[in-house]
Design a protein around this ligand. Structure first.
Ligand code: AVJ
Ligand code: FE
Length: 439
């Protein structure tokens, strides 16, 4: 019945909002006031800004807009408007202190529980799939992933811990050929899909080859050993200029000892580089140079999505590579269950029908594509989520990382960042056109 469906949706919303808040607490309760207020990197906000910004977005959309309630703190809106102040300038603002920020997000959440429970919602926001609530849960989780990146940039003793990810249970490598043909890209029906994932549209692609797995540390080391960072001919002009200016010699957070062995610092712990794990913390220009060295290229967004979603048996596009089931510990490394990517070959149950592995989770994958609207795009509900970024200096990333919650991850989900950024949890896989006669 309608009533039972509404109650199920209400319970699902309550669970995703509560899960996001538990994670926000995990990321902020482990640090003292000074560390929450500190600028760990000019690329990032102080953690206490993310915390109150999470509450402020929730207040704007769920308390004021959906709930039609009185503002909790409309005097602080300007402090937490991401378009008003650059990240580097946020530490100097008269921000709520950690205690005030915690009190603020808790007060907002109390009001949201009240809004969610209100009978008036039965007809409106909830029947429309609960989009506003889903958007806010995704927003909190996206900032939680950003806060996790701030944790990775912070120096000092480790404060986060998690079980190690699974190791390879089968060898995975080489390429998969995706035959030519149309597929459905994007979605018009996923209730919590964001505006930039809409609408569903048909895309026709020639046949192409795509890597069965992301590029590993071992593969990346071979590029480095072959002079990858020293050979300007492997880099685009812009990429080489950036490589020179930023002094890039290895992925971020790699350290080499006097014996020439590489180690990786992750969340305050230095560990030997694990050869079968996907390479992490490379910028788009590094991925571009690696691709040139390998005689290949990055996949376009459409190629990535067809490899992830197209089911040749039905001709339909799936929500996830493995089907419609929610991600779990057997299919994908998501949700900060682990603090690093898993080895390639660790998730055979998560492969796509074509046999492409680990598209979802582990590392965000850089694509060749800029961030553009799909044909028929409509802003929903606000221009600043997607539209103002279209046509900018961004590249699209797909698939989510170990730090992405399932609520903010699916085969249609689009992320984007500047091509020089590498503090995000990004790696890549490659693709190529087929040679004459190859099929
Ligand atoms: C989609 C991850 C690029 O963090 O800038 C958070 C998500 N939008 N608050 C970002 C977002 C508004 C966004 N990314
Ligand atoms: Fe935000």
């Amino acid at each position: 019945t309608d009533h039972a469906a509404t109650e199920r949706l209400r319970a699902e919303i309550a669970e995703v909002l509560a899960r996001a808040r538990r994670r926000t607490a995990t990321l902020t309760d482990c640090l003292d006031e000074a560390e929450l207020l500190a600028q760990h990197s000019r690329l990032m906000s102080p953690l206490v800004w993310d915390l109150a910004h999470i509450g402020n977005q929730e207040e704007l959309w769920l308390v004021r807009d959906v709930g039609g309630r009185e503002p909790v703190r409309d005097d602080i809106d300007h402090l937490y408007d991401a378009f008003r102040h650059a990240r580097a300038d946020r530490p100097a603002l008269p921000l709520l202190d950690p205690g005030q920020a915690r009190g603020y997000v808790a007060t907002v959440r109390e009001k949201v529980w009240d809004v969610l429970g209100a009978s008036a919602l039965r007809g409106a926001a909830l029947l429309d799939g609960g989009f506003a609530f889903g958007m806010i849960a995704q927003h909190e989780q996206q900032h939680d992933e950003t806060m996790l990146a701030t944790h990775q940039l912070r120096t000092g003793a480790a404060v986060l811990a998690a079980a190690p990810p699974p190791t390879a249970s089968m060898p995975v490598g080489g390429e998969i050929i995706i035959p030519a043909g149309e597929f459905t890209m994007g979605t018009s029906t996923d209730p919590w899909a964001l505006d930039n994932e809409r609408p569903a549209h048909r895309v026709d692609l020639p046949a192409y080859a795509i890597d069965a797995a992301p590029i590993t540390n071992a593969q990346y080391l071979a590029f480095m050993a072959d002079g990858g960072y020293e050979r300007s001919e492997l880099w685009s002009q812009r990429g080489w200029a950036h490589r020179q200016e930023a002094g890039l010699v290895a992925p971020q957070f790699w350290e080499r000892d006097s014996d020439g062995q590489w180690w990786r610092r992750a969340f305050g712990v230095v560990h030997p580089l694990r050869p079968k794990q996907p390479v992490l913390h490379v910028c788009w220009f590094e991925a571009e140079a690696y691709a040139k060295w390998a005689g290949k290229r990055l996949p376009t967004e459409a190629e990535w999505e067809k490899a992830a979603r197209f089911d040749p048996a039905t001709g339909a596009s799936r929500r996830f590579p493995w089907g419609a089931a929610e991600p779990d510990a057997a299919t994908a490394n998501l949700g900060q269950r682990h603090l690093e990517p898993a080895e390639v070959g660790a998730y055979p149950a998560g492969a796509s029908p074509a046999g492409v592995h680990q598209l979802i989770g582990d590392v965000w994958e850089w694509t060749a594509s800029g961030f553009e609207p799909y044909p028929g795009f409509r802003v929903f509900p606000y221009r600043e989520y997607s539209e103002v970024f279209f046509g900018g200096d961004y590249r699209v990333l797909r698939g989510g990382s170990f730090g992405t919650d399932p609520v903010a991850c699916r085969g249609t989900f689009r992320n984007w960042d500047h091509p020089i950024r590498r503090q995000i949890f990004a790696g890549f896989r490659l693709a190529r056109d087929l040679r004459a006669g190859e099929r």
